[in-house]
Design a protein around this ligand. Structure first.
Ligand SMILES: [Zn+2]
Length: 535
């Protein structure tokens, strides 16, 4: 027996503005979509439940193509600086937080960004010592490619003035050669490795909180990368199984597997594509470079505003090729973080030498800084570009200074990439950006900061339809699920996002005031907005 969904406008995403009146669902799958009268007649005997959309608008379920689900949950549990706009506010929040933590226990803070502080302050370890005299402290920069730590943390990590910079990282030092507590890229690992492992309960609590939040924001799923950061593959994977499968908090996850976790995954008998449509093992994740904020994104030219650096390669091009070869040996596609154009070029070099298996698709995550010839090369390969529209809001206008105005033509160039025929998917990179897909859609469509007037590279705005595609058909295509996810059509999964406004018929800025009314995963209403419904 099945259910009939009707009573609102239903966009199928089969093609632009394609609308149906009703959808009949059975066993978690869409059986038919069409006119209400027709479906009522055809499935009369099989309709056991009627779901009234109450005039709201239904879309195929939104899926975030790049996120860190556990990290997002941690952000909800933790000291979070990402909305703070002064260094004083950060100091005060640390002082308050420390009061409740037993002496000696690690304190981790997240999301600071000196670019949004009027004094552009990067805390020095001595200042942090005053705020947290008895606890080791690590504060992660918004980009996660840099941390600042206090003296206790440096001591526990065994970092002294004489410690050499590790490969791919920098221990920032003052004019006298003393470590300041600011650690870039791989240097972070020196500290992270001495932080006690998190418990499995912690992972599961973070996941529960995270998925609950995602569902309330209209997401039915996400491609998420977490398996290497919480004590290894096995316990983290078990966390997903427990929360999503055993506890029944349904959410469609595709788990990217960090290259350092793939051996463990195989040793335990798992391989790419294992699992089911709720928890599935995905591509091998590799980092090719860092971030623009910390000037560690790898550029082919020096930074315009800091000509002594052109960024940091996490791996040499040969190391990168070896990692891609390793993925191919395991029959895995790759998903590579590449922000700078030289990092992107390295990835193309590696994919050209070690292409994926037939029908497999690689993805390049971020793809922010490109050049014409790289676009032309990439077009020849089975590559998906996994873009984060919200980065426009966070990175402009300062990124223009970093890159140089005359080099911006192929940067954050979402419209150009779509016109060039790339398959693109849309993600938040939560916890780095807010997880709301509606914020991503707004950023892609307007290229404005909410509430402000400046439009950054207006020619690169995309249509609402194209933006919704990023989170529906785009996310589905990225994991080879374009035949069963991302549309409302027979044979597709019954995953829906229901909104109180019709995105295709409102002003662009009204996207920001749109409410999620219902989030449906596998024909189960996982979130319903009771508050709005009563008004
Ligand atoms: Zn990420």
């Amino acid at each position: 027996m099945g259910s009939l969904w009707t009573g609102g406008r239903i966009y199928t995403m089969e093609h632009e503005k394609d609308v149906v009146e009703a959808v009949f669902v059975e066993g978690g799958m869409i059986v038919a979509a069409g006119s209400k009268i027709d479906l009522e007649k055809r499935y009369k005997e099989r309709i056991s439940k009627l779901i009234d959309l109450k005039g709201h608008t239904m879309f195929p379920g939104f899926v975030d193509s790049h996120m860190h689900l556990v990290g997002h949950g941690e952000k909800l549990m933790k000291l979070d600086f990402s909305e703070m706009t002064s260094s004083q506010e950060i100091s005060t929040s640390i002082q308050e937080y420390v009061k409740d933590i037993p002496k000696g226990e690690w304190i981790i803070g997240e999301g600071w960004n000196e670019n949004q502080l009027p004094d552009r302050k990067i805390f020095h370890r001595i200042e942090l010592d005053e705020l947290s005299p008895h606890n080791p402290l690590m504060l992660k920069r918004i980009c996660r490619h840099a941390v600042v730590v206090n003296t206790k943390a440096l001591e526990l990590a065994g970092i002294t003035d004489n410690t050499p910079n590790p490969e791919g990282g920098i221990i920032v030092r003052d004019a006298n050669g003393h470590a300041t507590g600011y650690l870039l890229d791989q240097a972070q690992e020196l500290v992270k490795t001495v932080i006690p492992k998190v418990t499995e309960d912690y992972i599961q609590n973070a996941l529960r909180l995270s998925i609950g939040d995602c569902l309330s924001k209209g997401l039915v799923g996400g491609h998420t990368e977490d398996l290497n950061y919480y004590g290894g593959f096995e316990r983290t994977y078990r966390g997903f199984q427990k929360v999503i499968k055993k506890d029944g908090i349904k959410f469609r996850t595709n788990l990217l597997v960090h290259h350092e976790a793939v051996d463990d995954m195989h040793r335990l008998g798992y391989s790419f594509g294992d699992g089911d449509n709720l928890v599935e093992l995905g591509a091998m994740k590799i980092f090719a470079d860092g971030s623009l904020g910390g000037r560690t994104a790898l550029l082919s030219q020096p930074y315009n505003d800091s000509p002594d650096t052109s960024g940091v390669a996490i791996h040499t091009v040969n190391e990168l090729k070896m990692l891609v070869k390793k993925a191919r040996n395991y029959k895995m596609p790759i998903a590579v973080h590449a922000i700078g154009d030289l990092a992107f070029e390295y990835v193309l070099d590696a994919i050209e030498e070690y292409p994926p298996l037939p029908k497999q698709r690689d993805r390049i995550i971020h793809a922010q800084i490109l050049r014409k010839e790289l676009v032309d090369r990439a077009k020849q390969l089975p590559i998906i570009l996994d873009i984060q529209p919200r980065f426009v809001v966070s990175d402009f206008p300062w990124v223009i200074e970093r890159i140089g105005e005359s080099n911006m033509e192929y940067c954050y160039a979402w419209k150009t990439l779509l016109q060039e025929g790339f398959h693109c998917a849309g993600g938040s990179d939560a916890p780095i950006e807010p997880v709301e897909p509606l914020l991503g859609i707004h950023a892609a469509v307007t290229r404005k900061k909410p509430g402000e007037e400046d439009i950054y590279m207006p020619e690169q705005r995309i249509s609402v339809y194209e933006a919704v595609q990023l989170y529906t058909t785009g996310s589905a295509y990225t994991i080879g699920k374009e035949d069963c996810m991302g549309k409302i059509a027979p044979g597709y999964k019954a995953d829906f996002t229901v909104l109180n406004q019709d995105l295709f018929h409102i002003d662009d800025d009204e996207i920001l005031s749109t409410n999620v009314m219902m989030t449906v995963v596998d024909d189960t209403i996982m979130y319903s907005n009771q508050k709005e419904d009563q008004t």
